[in-house]
Design a protein around this ligand. Structure first.
Ligand SMILES: Nc1ncnc2c1ncn2[C@@H]1O[C@H](COP(=O)(O)OP(=O)(O)O)[C@@H](O)[C@H]1O
Ligand SMILES: [Mg+2]
Length: 255
């Protein structure tokens, strides 16, 4: 059976010459909680933007829910939700209105849109913020609004690009409760990028590690930890640090 997200040999070079992706291939199965890890500038956001049809690839191919994006862009956009730091929202508009507009954009009627906006403000504990302008929200609440906006149409695949930056511990816990519930109940396939490896370890089961546009590992998180340190149990944080050191400096790390 074809994977929910199937990626073959994707290449992307930006006009100024940065080769952001150098032949990325990955498979993410339906219902998986997948995390893409890697240092800043590794190519994570570039991959997310290509998969969500925001920017074009140079070569290679991918499919989303078995659909070819070239022929099915609008169908794919209805199936996916995207929350990223670069999402543009009108800072002068009220939280509540932004949610209702987004619902209307996806074809909900006015009563449906206001019901869904209510559900999402409750789900993400944005009740107190609903009449505030988006520009007046704290960083963490803005992140939560991005996620709420990404979920208005109940997407079957959710892309989260560093979603929890700026959230306090309580907001973070609430956020993951919502996301893990969607992942286990619906089930929504989750594609997460994060620099918080404890979050990835806690919530994801599958991972890939990308460095300078190349996939250096893909498989289960447990498998990654075992590969780095077959004898002991290390945190994902420690395993990641050890692995990245080895990859970037293979000679000195041999022992
Ligand atoms: N719009 C752009 N124009 C030129 N270079 C870019 C652009 N976006 C990203 N890059 C470059 O591509 C590489 C990958 O970036 P990015 O995908 O944002 O990495 P990550 O999300 O892993 O931090 C980096 O070297 C970055 O500077
Ligand atoms: Mg990024």
């Amino acid at each position: 059976m074809i994977a929910e997200i199937q990626i073959q040999e994707l290449f992307k070079k930006y006009p100024k010459g940065t080769e952001a992706l150098k032949g990325v291939s990955l498979e993410i199965q339906k219902g998986q909680f997948f995390t893409l890890l890697g240092p800043n500038g590794a190519g994570k956001s570039t991959l997310v933007q290509i998969l969500t049809t925001l920017i074009n690839k140079d070569s290679g191919s991918f499919s989303i829910a078995g659909l070819n994006p070239e022929a099915n862009q609008s169908r794919i956009q209805k199936m996916i939700g995207v929350a990223s730091q670069d999402n543009e929202i009108d800072p002068t508009e009220k939280v509540e209105n932004l949610l209702v507009f987004q619902c209307r954009l996806f074809g909900l009627t006015k009563p449906e849109a206001s019901k869904r906006a209510n559900e999402l403000t409750q789900l993400f504990e944005l009740d107190k913020e609903r009449s505030k302008k988006a520009g007046a929200l704290s960083g963490g609440n803005k992140r939560r609004l991005h996620c709420a906006l990404a979920l208005v149409h109940r997407p079957r695949i959710l892309f989260l690009d560093e979603p929890t930056v700026g959230m306090d511990p309580v907001a973070r816990a609430n956020f993951w409760e919502v996301i893990t519930q969607l992942n286990t109940q619906e089930p929504v396939t989750v594609f997460l990028t994060t620099q918080y490896l404890d979050e990835a370890d806690k919530h994801a089961t599958e991972m890939a590690l990308i460095i300078a546009g190349e996939i250096k590992y893909s498989g289960t998180i447990i498998g990654f930890k075992k590969m780095v340190n077959p004898n002991g149990v290390m945190s994902l944080d420690d395993s990641y640090l050890q692995f990245v050191k080895t990859v970037s400096n293979p000679e000195t790390s041999k022992n």
